[in-house]
Design a protein. Structure first.
Length: 115
């Protein structure tokens, strides 16, 4: 059964960095566009970033552009999100999924940006 397992979240001060990783899906999504999404408390889940199957094309939400970088390692079957210059408004549970998303979502990883 395909899994989506996110990791790397935590508590960080404003201006800090975190690196999220997503795996557990083996080679199933080798040729899929993959993405990161987030859901802040009391808000709907939103798109953060997409990366195509070979990493040649990326797309970012305006709110994270120039601060976040999505990447993938198809040898390790992982999708990563490097988050720099974090802001309190980046606080959310972060999820990875395909584009378009599956009906199935992993548990996500909580990122809290606070001093």
């Amino acid at each position: 059964q395909v899994q989506l397992v996110e990791s790397g979240g935590g508590l960080v001060q404003p201006g800090g960095s975190l690196r999220l990783s997503c795996g557990g899906f083996g080679r199933t999504f080798r040729y899929n566009t993959m993405g990161w999404f987030r859901q802040a408390p009391g808000k709907e889940r939103e798109f953060v970033a997409f990366i195509n199957w070979n990493g040649a094309s990326t797309t970012y939400a305006d709110s994270v552009k120039d601060r976040f970088t999505i990447s993938r390692d198809n040898a390790k079957n992982t999708v990563n999100l490097q988050m720099n210059s974090l802001k309190p408004e980046d606080t959310a549970v972060y999820y990875c999924n395909t584009d378009p998303p599956l009906n199935y979502w992993g548990k996500g990883t909580l990122v809290t940006v606070s001093s």
